[in-house]
Each structure stands twice: as C-alpha cells, then as structure tokens.
Design a protein. Structure first.
Length: 130
C-alpha cells in the first residue's frame, strides 16, 4: 500500500477537525514516522511541536502495527494524549484513534520513504520483529 502526500494532507485535516476544542499544548511525533504528521499538525493547529509527550500533548505516529509503541508511551507518560495514528492494521481502539483503519498486512510505504528501499526496509523490519 502506497500512501501519498495528498493522503497526509487529508489525514492532517481530519485529525485537526477531531481535535477542535481540545486544550492542546503541543504535538509530539514518534520518531521517525510520526514526525512528518506532527510537523503538519503543529502548523495546522497553530501549536508548537513538543519534544516529549506530556499532559495536553497530542501524540501522533505513522502506523499502529503491534501496539507496542503506543503502550510504551502511555506507560511512560500517563496523561499524554490524545493518541492518533495515520493507519492501523487492525483497529482495536485501545486508547488511540486512527484515520485509516484495518489496512491489513500489506507493507505500507509512506510518502517520505524511498520507494527503491521499500523491500529492504520491510525485510529489516520483519527481521527485528522475530
């Protein structure tokens, strides 16, 4: 699955709309994949990019795969959130929100990634998961 910059714009628009009225003090993007989304949301919402999650800080990431990243962040930073991801393999709604739900097992290529490296990125990722 190949996501586009236009898709990122749509995701930013959607998340920003869902966050209207929330007292947010910043946006934190999980390194690396969450950073492009966080920067775009920071501009869209007119709030600073946060250097760490905290109370009232919107936390974003590119994809919810196993859930480990969000679970770890929630444990280390209680009170942070809301938590948003652009895409999720299987939406479980365990304390996070997603723009694209149930995308399935196909490898996702985000617009900031290099197309020619997609196969090696996937193999590297799968090797780390075993």
């Amino acid at each position: 699955m190949r996501l586009t910059w236009q898709g990122l714009d749509a995701a930013v628009h959607y998340i920003a709309g869902q966050c209207q009225g929330l007292a947010l003090s910043g946006v934190y993007g999980v390194p690396r994949g969450g950073l492009p989304l966080a920067v775009a949301l920071s501009h869209r919402l007119g709030i600073p990019l946060a250097i760490s999650p905290g109370a009232g800080v919107l936390v974003v990431d590119d994809i919810y795969d196993s859930g480990k990243t969000i679970r770890d962040l929630r444990e280390r930073h209680p009170g942070a959130g809301p938590f948003w991801v652009w895409a999720t393999r299987e939406f479980e709604s365990e304390g996070y929100y997603s723009v694209l739900n149930d995308i399935g097992p196909e490898w996702v290529l985000f617009p900031w990634e290099v197309y020619e490296n997609a196969d090696s990125d996937r193999l590297d990722y799968e090797g780390k998961r075993q």
